[in-house]
Design a protein around this ligand. Structure first.
Ligand SMILES: Cc1ncc(COP(=O)(O)O)c(C=O)c1O
Length: 418
């Protein structure tokens, strides 16, 4: 039994009171896309923009110094949360930009004949970035096969690992099925059989509960990890990646401009050391401060209790949907949420388009996402073009699950004319 109280947890999220004031039903089941924003995050950003608005790393006046300190303090908070040196945390606009910076930088060392293995359950951000940057260097991009449930097929991966493999791109937690990759196990296997490979992990869906993994990022057999603040109770427009210094030192920057140089002349330009090298231009200052506040908030939570609560809700929703024969429902990844799984319930109902289900459910205030979830290869693996996804966070309650089930049943009845 968990002592976690989701209704008390809701008090940290002003959206609930705002929706109550508007008289709106509000069953927010789209946290896999973006979580709601926590009150301390909103307060930190408003305070910064009200009192200390200035650019960072430039001017020497009081406000600029304070802004720089607050911005760098956010980096410290992130480093502490993930257990990394602060110089190995690069602030970006989000996971997508992070993965593109990594793909561009690492692809510089690739040549024809090199192989890039990309797990087929990845979000497009960890597929297309390699297709653009690594393919330009002549490397071959090969998918890592999946089991019928959508997990990495470890035997197939083992057979693919050779010393020609230079990059392995993994998704820590699938944004469709919620399946979690055991980074220790898979990373160790890659290190043993493909010693020349750098291991890049998309952590967009796992970063919100990093303390659950009980490991500092540098202690894992991986080399890079990327995530976004807006999936961590923080703002949009900011994210980060962690990377090993020895690899980052040899990576060219994707973006050029202010801040990321040591000297500029028409005879040649020198690049700053990481992380600055990868942070060209004015960074998302207010958002980074909000990101720091979000991670400060996450640091104080009982992640084990929250995950237990979330997974109980997910399991109930999945089991209820799967047990309604008239609905003819497929739960992507299966209905078993008893282990290694985040609370993302993606489902397909024969004869009903996910967009229709979502639009009809929206009438009852049930917010879900329908579509390919930026994971078309994974959808193809399940023989689907799209699914409906209910993604659950700590502030969801059994009442939200009941509302979702009723809304889905009503939508099906309408769509099937039953
Ligand atoms: C697994 C995963 N990777 C990458 C992304 C892209 O994140 P962002 O849009 O914040 O760059 C998402 C967002 O949906 C995601 O779920």
């Amino acid at each position: 039994m968990t002592s976690f109280d989701p209704l008390a947890f809701r008090n940290h999220f002003p959206a609930f009171a705002a929706m109550r004031d508007e008289g709106r039903d509000f069953h927010y089941l789209d946290s896999g896309a973006s979580t709601l924003v926590a009150a301390p995050v909103i307060a930190a950003m408003a305070d910064h923009d009200t009192r200390l608005r200035a650019n960072v790393h430039r001017s020497v006046h009081y406000w600029a110094e304070q802004a720089t300190q607050a911005f760098e303090a956010a980096r410290d908070t992130l480093a502490a949360y993930f257990g990394t040196p602060r110089a190995e945390i690069v602030l970006t606009s989000g996971t997508t930009q992070a993965l593109n910076i990594i793909a561009y930088g690492l692809s510089d060392g690739l040549q024809t004949g090199d192989e890039v293995l990309v797990a087929a359950d990845n979000h497009h951000a960890n597929i297309v970035s390699w297709q653009i940057h690594a393919a330009a260097k002549g490397a071959t991009i090969t998918p890592i096969a999946l089991t019928p449930l959508g997990q990495i097929d470890e035997d197939a991966l083992a057979a693919q690992l050779t010393d020609k493999v230079r990059i392995v791109a993994l998704s820590h937690i699938s944004n469709v099925t919620g399946w979690e990759v055991d980074l220790n196990k898979i990373g160790s296997m890659i290190r043993a059989k493909a010693p020349n490979a750098a291991i890049i992990v998309d952590g967009a869906q796992s970063a919100c509960h990093w303390p659950l993994f009980e490991t500092a990022l540098p202690d894992l057999p991986i080399d890079f990890y990327a995530c976004s603040a807006h999936k961590m109770f923080g703002p949009t427009g900011v994210g980060m990646f962690w990377g090993r210094s020895d690899l980052m030192e040899n990576m060219p920057p994707l973006l050029g401009g202010g801040e990321m140089i040591t000297n500029v002349s028409f005879d040649g330009t020198g690049f700053a050391q990481p992380p600055t090298r990868f942070e060209a231009g004015t960074p998302p200052i207010t958002q980074a401060i909000g990101f720091g506040a979000a991670v400060g908030f996450l640091t104080g939570l009982d992640h084990r209790a929250i995950r237990a609560h979330e997974v109980t809700l997910a399991a109930t929703l999945a089991a209820t949907l799967a047990a309604q024969p008239p609905l003819d429902t497929t739960i992507l990844g299966g209905a078993d949420f008893s282990r290694d799984r985040a609370p993302l319930v993606s489902f397909a109902i024969t004869g009903c388009h996910p967009h229709d289900i979502c639009q009809l459910a929206d009438r009852s205030g049930v917010a879900m996402r329908g579509g390919h979830h930026c994971a078309q290869p994974l959808m193809g693996h399940f023989g689907l073009l799209a699914s409906t996804r209910a993604s659950i966070a700590g502030y969801n309650t059994p009442d939200d699950m009941d509302a979702a089930i009723n809304a889905i049943k009503d939508a099906i009845n309408l769509l099937k004319g039953t």
